[in-house]
Design a protein around this ligand. Sequence first.
Ligand SMILES: NC(=O)c1ccc[n+]([C@@H]2O[C@H](COP(=O)([O-])OP(=O)(O)OC[C@H]3O[C@@H](n4cnc5c(N)ncnc54)[C@H](O)[C@@H]3O)[C@@H](O)[C@H]2O)c1
Length: 356
Amino acid sequence: MSAIKFGVCGIGRIGIEHCRWFSDDSNQYKLEAVCDIAADRVAAAAARFGCKGYADFAAFLADPEIELAIIATRSLDHARSAAQALSAGKIVLLEKPIGVTAEDYTLLRQLVEKYPQRIYFCHNHRFEPAFMNAQAIVASGVLGRINVIKLCKHHIFMRRNDWQMRLDCGGGQLSVWGPHLIDQGLVLLGSPVRSVHSYLRRILTPGDGDDHVKITLVGENDTVAELEISNSAAIAGPYCTIYGDRGALTYEQDQKEIRLKHLAPAFRWEAATAAADSPTPGRPVSAEQELPWIEETRKVEPDTSMWIQVEIEIARHLYRAIRQQVPMPVKSSDALEVVRITEIVKRQNPQFAWIG
Ligand SMILES: NC(=O)c1ccc[n+]([C@@H]2O[C@H](COP(=O)([O-])OP(=O)(O)OC[C@H]3O[C@@H](n4cnc5c(N)ncnc54)[C@H](O)[C@@H]3O)[C@@H](O)[C@H]2O)c1
């Protein structure tokens, strides 16, 4: 099967990583060209990767050698750039946030409809090793029925001061980490969303963008996903905690190991009723004296850089989708649902000057 010849538009912090890691397996991908409005970035990347360089998006799209266009420019351009690339005949991998405005959301739905199997979405943090390990533990059933999921991306007083903290540039944490956490929350929720509650603030970060995001999703299955992103958490909380009716798991921001505590699989609750009496002073209020807990700490596998692994995994899945017609784990409907929820959150937080 032939390697996919790809081009990356936007050679910034993430675009350069896509150049590097998609090229990692030369059987799967060959970097054909890069494109950026910054001429020095184009020259440096073209020299580093031995590929063509374009300073103009239209010229980049006119290159017939490029089969896949990865769009990693600023967020506000994403949806429109994807439309241009698709109409030029390219397959597209679109960076998150895939859309920033209500108009983007409308356009993206049209593109997904018009170009099935031609547009894919870079929700690469779906493939964080710890997140995938946690999903496997949930699927094994040891935690029982999942009731509450907490996902927190905590930055320790990160006074980010670039375009990503300006709303007029499509910034704010709802756009920066929001798509990753909402996507992960939806996967763990495992059910359509019945309601969305949210409260956003700007606490510490320069710019007018939100830097503290709190979103609660309630699934039709009654499971609750609490999502929190903060630039101002002096003491970071766990990244993920999942509570089931037979146990819980948790892992920290470094995502190196998962702590598990669950009831022994053979244990069954005895029938119990709640009496109308007052409890006896000095006696336990719960019927059970001792529960058969199993506690363990598991190393996250593979033991590798999370940042590199998410790149390698999205590249691998995308190759299988394009060349072998294996469905992409990040479905278009998943990505559109993230934008739909983002739009609801924006409407619930009119204290911010959202564009569009
Ligand atoms: N999936 C992820 O893990 C991940 C990680 C980081 C960033 N991102 C997303 O990727 C996008 C880029 O983020 P970044 O941190 O790399 O930003 P960045 O500012 O570092 O890079 C953006 C690049 O795009 C170039 N550019 C801007 N307009 C252009 C145009 N019209 N044509 C060609 N090039 C243009 C800029 O010169 C710059 O080099 C953002 O939308 C961000 O949300 C995703």
